[in-house]
Design a protein around this ligand. Sequence first.
Ligand SMILES: NC(=O)c1ccc[n+]([C@@H]2O[C@H](COP(=O)([O-])OP(=O)(O)OC[C@H]3O[C@@H](n4cnc5c(N)ncnc54)[C@H](OP(=O)(O)O)[C@@H]3O)[C@@H](O)[C@H]2O)c1
Length: 239
Amino acid sequence: MNETPTAMITGASRGLGRALAAGLAREGFALIVDARNAAALQAAADWIRAAGGPGKGRVTAIAGDVTDPAHRAALRQAAEAAGRLDLLVNNAGTLGASPLPALADYPPDELRTAFEVNVIAPVAVTQLMLPLLRASGGAVLNITSDAAVEAYAGWGGYGAAKAALEQASNVLAAEELALRVWWVDPGDLRTDMHQLAFPGEDISDRPEPESVVPAFVRLVSERLPSGRYRAAHLMPVAP
Ligand SMILES: NC(=O)c1ccc[n+]([C@@H]2O[C@H](COP(=O)([O-])OP(=O)(O)OC[C@H]3O[C@@H](n4cnc5c(N)ncnc54)[C@H](OP(=O)(O)O)[C@@H]3O)[C@@H](O)[C@H]2O)c1
């Protein structure tokens, strides 16, 4: 029996996913990570290993697209090879069309892609991982956004997809009572996706993704009840 807790994080080559992977490595998790760009993913895997923790060195990087069923099957094989899966983080996401169009002008193909990446893929990855997660009494963490619940002009495609992910999470939590199912709004972060949402703008006032990692570590380590959370409300208070 493998004693090392294992977490799978999609979209871990940069941004929030990479920061979360390093934070969980420091907590002793072995990791399975993915992203489409293989070179960037490999560089991130080296960076995550260097982050340390008892699970360090146990980073399995599998390049691929979460919308591809063959890639999702490869992720499942990696989890089976690890012998256990304790946490699935559905973090990979897309903004959709950029610059952000009004719904009146939203190209339907771009809308379909936003739903494929932000809703269908995380649900499909979860379906594949549920047997392993049930065996470990594990947890699913879906990364959502305030755009799922606020009506920001231009955010209709991304926001509608994240709203669908939130309700899928909500129902999953009602169905999988032995698991934890969390859906978390990380807040605005200084990442490539955020820059895409604000092309040409200076986003250097947004916090680095590393700044919210303690909120996620608290959620996981305290195994808080299933539900929707905002990272800002989970930040541990300094003693
Ligand atoms: N940044 C913010 O302000 C903010 C706010 C609220 C919520 N979020 C959410 O936080 C999550 C992470 O966003 P981020 O800002 O860190 O974005 P990011 O910097 O653009 O990183 C996205 C990561 O996902 C990977 N990815 C994208 N599409 C993928 C696909 N189809 N299959 C596999 N991997 C894929 C990317 O690598 P490749 O391109 O190589 O695939 C990259 O590793 C997203 O779910 C986003 O919606 C972000």
